[in-house]
Design a protein around this ligand. Structure first.
Ligand SMILES: C[S@@+](CC[C@H](N)C(=O)[O-])C[C@H]1O[C@@H](n2cnc3c(N)ncnc32)[C@H](O)[C@@H]1O
Length: 224
């Protein structure tokens, strides 16, 4: 069974300047690589100008997870990060419709943007249903990459959580093999998960693969 239409093919227009200024940041890869100091830290003060807790969804696509979390927990800031513009434009439409004041979307390559996360900044990070390697041109986009995991390991506050989910057993195994390289994060048994699998707010791909009967594999890790 195919994995569905790639979100870049969505029919959606860029947000008008006022909404883009409110909800969208674009960090172009070349500038971010060459001049990281020209970009703010990926932190609550850097993105929202306040000191609320921050949660980050890496590879958020149309932002279903962060939008639902932001509506449920207005006291927390949420950033949805994705490399593709169109899903984020759709996410901005939804944030606008819901009048959310605690969410922002960041168009950037996670491998570079995660370098901007200061130590002990994140309350939670999510990597849910990262795409497997579908085509050669996506080879460099794999989100299960040590630079990203190291940045999350360092960026989480003590007690902060990383949630990983996949419908791909091989990808899930690959994630587990990288855990010895991020020893500050401890893999939790299911009985210690912050939210049980059945109570989790579901992302777009979580709903999609669950509806198709695919396995839903989860790992939750806590920072010590
Ligand atoms: C299969 S979608 C999963 C979306 C969402 N997490 C969910 O569960 O519904 C994977 C997303 O990761 C994004 N992505 C892939 N490589 C990325 C990178 N290097 N930096 C940021 N986002 C990336 C893709 O653009 C895509 O939107």
């Amino acid at each position: 069974m195919g994995r569905g239409r790639y979100p870049a093919r969505l029919k959606v227009a860029p947000p008008p300047p006022d909404l883009a200024a409110r909800y969208l940041r674009v960090w172009p890869a070349r500038e971010l690589y060459n001049h990281p100091d020209a970009f703010p830290p990926l932190s609550a003060p850097g993105i929202f100008g306040n000191a609320r807790p921050l949660e980050l969804d890496i590879g958020c696509a149309t932002g279903d997870l962060v939008l639902a979390l932001a509506a449920a927990r207005p006291e927390v800031n949420f950033v949805g990060l994705d490399i593709v513009a169109k899903p984020l434009w759709r996410a901005v439409e939804r944030a606008t419709a819901a009048q959310l004041g605690n969410v922002c979307f960041l168009q950037a390559d996670a491998r570079l943007a995660c370098r901007q996360i200061p130590a002990a900044t994140l309350q939670s990070a999510y990597i849910h249903f990262p795409a497997p390697l579908l085509r050669n041109r996506q080879r460099n986009q794999l989100l299960i990459a040590l630079p990203i995991l190291h940045a999350v390991e360092c960026g989480l506050v003590v007690g902060g959580r990383l949630s990983f989910m996949s419908d791909q057993p091989a990808l899930y195994e690959q994630f587990l093999t990288l855990l010895p390289a991020i020893p500050r994060l401890r893999l939790l048994p299911p009985e210690e998960w912050s939210v049980s699998l059945s109570d989790l707010i579901k992302s777009h791909y979580h709903r999609r693969w669950e509806a198709r009967g695919r396995p839903i594999l989860r790992a939750e890790l806590v920072a010590r």
